[in-house]
Design a protein around this ligand. Structure first.
Ligand code: NDP
Length: 300
């Protein structure tokens, strides 16, 4: 194996330490405790795990965690009224509505009802527009985590060729905007891209956000390139015993690691960075709301 492994677990621990230090300072010097409100509608098991982890890490960082768990049949009116209440609550600096929402609720309407200044997921249309025009915004957590790892590894990204595979609103598109903001030459690939292997082979940086297990093999990777694997896919693992499974990324780790200069593993790469960046965004939102200096290195 040639590639350096980019350890997202260790990196995210450093981010959380920075967040905790800043939170302690906000409390000591200004008497302010950042608060993150998470709204979960329904009982999707994966969402319940995410929300539990978010709450735990928020408290560990010294912040207030406010959880609202609503029944799956909650009406849009009730949900919008809750978001409105949180928008007007001075103790709440960040609001996250856990997606996906049950089918009868309009996700766009709900997300766009969040005060953009408290939209720590960065999905509000205002934040999307601000990011797209290179203005100060709330940046979606997963792409922000990828950018932090890339900056840490490369120092300066200017002029590098970057290929983002995937064009979703939560990962692919904001990732491409962030890389463009750092002066990469960016290509966004998707399911209609012609000759994807050839496109990927040009890249100094490959960000895979597809949701297809081990789709990118090592022979698509330019020697020395940096591979950021966002994908989280559960596949069967009969070698671990009957009915067992394991997590893999969108890149075939072993073969990509033979060729790449650096690569994020799955698990332990991008995943842990996402919640760390959510905490970072909450502190940033709190500082902005109070006209205080933002912590260094925790946003784009
Ligand atoms: P989406 O399903 O919203 O988007 C997938 C994208 O991949 C689409 O743009 C699609 O193209 C593209 N795609 C699908 N098949 C191919 C193909 N054969 N060749 C090229 N492109 C293809 O997924 P998300 O962006 O939400 O998530 C992507 C992955 O990242 C998932 O595995 C998800 O679990 C993971 N994830 C991980 C997070 C983390 O914290 N680590 C956070 C969020 C997501 P098209 O638009 O043409 O359909």
């Amino acid at each position: 194996m040639a590639a350096q492994i980019i350890d997202g677990k260790a990196f995210s621990a450093r981010i959380r330490d920075k967040v905790a230090t800043h939170v302690a300072r906000l409390k000591d010097e200004h008497g302010i405790t950042p608060g993150l409100a998470v709204v979960l509608v329904g009982e999707d098991p994966a969402s319940q795990v995410y929300v539990r982890n978010k709450g735990k890490q928020t408290v560990e960082a010294g912040m207030n965690s406010i959880e609202h768990k609503l029944a799956a049949d909650t009406s849009e009116e009730t949900l919008l009224a809750l978001v409105d209440k949180l928008n007007n609550d001075e103790q709440v600096h960040g609001i996250l509505v856990q997606l996906p929402l049950p089918k009868h609720l309009d996700e766009d309407l709900v997300i766009n009802s969040i005060d953009p200044a408290k939209d720590v997921d960065g999905f509000h249309i205002s934040n999307v527009g601000l990011l797209g025009t290179g203005q100060k915004s709330m940046v979606p957590c997963t792409p922000l985590g990828c950018l932090m790892m890339l900056r840490d590894h490369h120092g300066n990204l200017s002029g590098l060729d970057a290929v983002v595979i995937g064009r979703s609103n939560i990962v692919g598109k904001p990732m491409a905007q962030l890389l463009l903001g750092d002066s990469c030459t960016v290509t966004i690939a998707h399911s209609r891209t012609k000759d994807l292997p050839d496109v990927v082979r040009r890249a100094d940086i490959v960000v895979a956000a597809v949701g297809r297990p081990e789709m990118v093999p090592g022979d698509w990777i330019k020697p020395g390139a940096t591979v950021i694997d966002v994908g989280i896919n559960r596949i069967e693992a009969p070698e671990k015993g009957e009915g067992k499974s394991r997590l893999v990324g969108d890149c075939h780790f072993e073969s990509c690691a033979e060729v790449a200069g650096a690569i994020t593993p799955v698990p332990g790469g991008v995943g842990p960075m996402t919640i760390a960046c959510l905490l970072a965004n909450t502190v940033t939102a709190c500082c902005r709301a109070n006209g205080l200096a933002e912590p260094d290195g925790l946003t784009a």
